[in-house]
Design a protein around this ligand. Sequence first.
Ligand code: FES
Length: 165
Amino acid sequence: MSLEVSENQLDAIIRAAIEKHGDQRDALIPILGEINQALGYIPGEALGKIRRCINTPEEGLFLADSHLYSIASFYHMYSLKPVGRHIVRYCESAPCHVVGGRQVIQRLHDFLGLAPGETSADGRWTLFQTSCLGICSVGPVIVVDDDIYGHVTPQRVSFILAKYR
Ligand code: FES
């Protein structure tokens, strides 16, 4: 899900996330997760807003926007730019790779006409690569929104994606 968000909406989402998870530094990841869940991505302006709300009681310790950016950009499940209505993720780790993942990835790129991190011009699809999803025994694995598909073949790619049209 990708939404244009007003400043008031973003403030409300951040406030609700802080009420739920607290205002300590260890709440940063769940707060970022709440924003990503609500909007499909984490707007850049959210980082400064979160930083100003997080309690850093230790003297001499401060939180920089760059610290928040490093967290938000580290995790594959977070996006820092708006995404399409459907998010397709493919596993690029070795166990999936050796059972045909490379061909599946190529088919995804060809079918969607996207490179990892890109969103289609019509706003329908965003493609991401990700590391191991923890279900290597059913590789190659792709995830479309919250649906997980195992034993994916290049031939199945178009059938899977057709469900989301
Ligand atoms: S390597 Fe693909 S799910 Fe583990």
